[in-house]
Design a protein around this ligand. Structure first.
Ligand code: NCD
Length: 314
C-alpha cells in the first residue's frame, strides 16, 4: 500500500493509485462498522483533536466516531468558546495545541488556505475537513466510495454536479477526484453560480438542467451556500427550484438507474425535492453518510502509519 503523505489537505495532491488505496482500505472499514463489535486499536495511544471553526454536523460527528472506533483519544475543541474569540490568531491557537502533542489534527476553517497554513506550523498529521471554497477531500473520497460501491466502478461514468458550484469546496474536490479517476463531468447551474475559467478542468458546462442530465449515471446535488453569497446570485428560491431543483421529472432525463447524491445539509424544496431525497431506490444520501465514517477511518489510519514511521526513523 502506498500513500506517501504527511497530511490530507486536498485531492489535488493525491495520485490515482493513492485514491484507490484509500478507498480499498475504507471498504474494509465499512465491514468493521457493520459488525457487532466496531472496534480496532489502530490509533490506540494517539490523540486526535477536532478543531471546527465553522459549523458542522456530519463531518465533525463522523471524524469523532471514526477516531473512537480506531481507539484514539478524541477531543473536540469548542472553537466558539476558545481564545479565538478573544483575538488569538489561528497560528497561536495551533501552536498552543501543538505543544500538547496531538497526533492527528482535524481542521475546518472558513478561509481557503487556512488549513494548509496551519499544517506548516505543527508536528502532527493534519486533515482538512473543509477550508472555505477550496477543498473538502474526505467528502470527495466518501462520494467516490459511494459511487464505486453503487456502480461497481469509479471510472468512465458520466457524472453531473448541479447547483452552486462557485461557492462549493465539495464541488471543487469532486471535480478533481472524478477527473483523476477518468470520468466525464458535467456541471449544471446558472452562469452566476459557475466559477469563471472552470472549462479548463475538462468539464462540460450546462445552464439547462434537463440537457445536462441527459444519460448521466450519477446526479450530485449541492446546497445553495447562502452564507457565502453577498446577495443577487439567484432571482428567488422558487425560481431556482423551478429551473435547477431536482425532482422526479428532471431525473427522468438521466439513465434509468442513475443515483442521486447530496453532501448535506439539504435545503428541501430549494435544490432537491424532499420525496426524491428520501426515495431509497434512487437516493444514496444515507449511504454517503455511512461511507463518510469508513473513509475518515481509512484516512486517519494511513496518515498515522506514516506518522509513526517517520517518528520511528527519527
Ligand atoms: C458541506 C460542507 O460543509 O462543505 N457539507 C458537508 O461537509 N457534508 C457542504 C455544504 O455545506 O453545503
Amino acid at each position: 500500500m502506498t500513500f506517501a503523505h504527511r497530511h490530507l489537505l486536498g485531492i489535488e495532491h493525491l495520485a490515482q493509485h493513492e485514491i484507490e488505496t484509500l478507498l480499498n482500505l475504507a471498504d474494509e472499514y465499512v465491514m468493521l462498522n457493520r459488525a457487532e463489535a466496531k472496534h480496532s486499536d489502530r490509533l490506540a495511544g494517539l490523540t486526535q483533536v477536532n478543531m471546527f471553526f465553522e459549523n458542522s454536523t456530519r463531518t465533525q460527528a463522523s471524524f469523532e466516531i471514526a477516531g473512537k472506533r480506531l481507539g484514539a483519544d478524541v477531543m473536540n475543541m469548542a472553537m466558539q468558546a476558545s481564545s479565538i474569540t478573544k483575538g488569538e490568531t489561528l497560528i497561536d491557537t495551533a501552536m498552543t495545541l501543538n505543544a500538547m502533542h496531538p497526533d492527528l489534527l482535524v481542521v475546518r476553517h472558513p478561509h481557503s488556505g487556512a488549513v494548509d497554513l496551519l499544517a506548516q506550523k505543527v508536528n502532527c498529521a493534519v486533515l482538512n475537513a473543509g477550508d472555505g471554497r477550496h477543498e473538502h477531500p474526505t467528502q470527495a473520497l466518501l462520494d467516490g466510495l459511494t459511487i464505486r460501491r453503487k456502480k461497481g466502478r469509479l471510472h468512465r461514468l458520466s457524472i453531473a454536479i448541479c447547483g452552486d458550484i462557485a461557492h462549493s469546496r465539495v464541488a471543487r474536490s469532486n471535480i478533481i477526484l472524478l477527473g483523476k479517476m477518468e470520468n466525464r463531468i458535467r456541471l449544471i447551474g446558472p452562469p452566476t453560480l459557475m466559477p469563471s475559467g472552470i472549462q479548463q478542468f475538462g468539464v462540460e458546462v450546462f445552464d439547462d438542467m434537463t440537457r445536462g442530465l441527459e444519460d448521466v449515471d450519477v446526479v450530485m446535488m449541492l446546497r445553495l451556500q447562502k452564507e457565502r453569497m453577498d446577495g443577487g446570485f439567484i432571482p428567488s428560491e422558487r425560481e431556482y427550484y423551478h429551473r435547477y431543483g431536482l425532482n422526479a421529472e428532471k431525473l427522468a432525463f438521466a439513465k434509468p438507474d442513475a443515483i442521486v447524491m447530496h453532501p448535506g445539509p439539504m435545503n428541501r424544496g430549494v435544490e432537491i425535492d424532499g420525496t426524491l431525497a428520501d426515495d431509497i431506490n434512487r437516493s444514496v444520501i444515507q449511504e454517503q453518510v455511512e461511507m463518510g465514517v469508513a473513509v475518515r477511518m481509512a484516512a486517519m489510519d494511513l496518515l498515522a502509519r506514516n506518522l509513526l514511521e517517520t517518528r520511528g526513523a527519527a
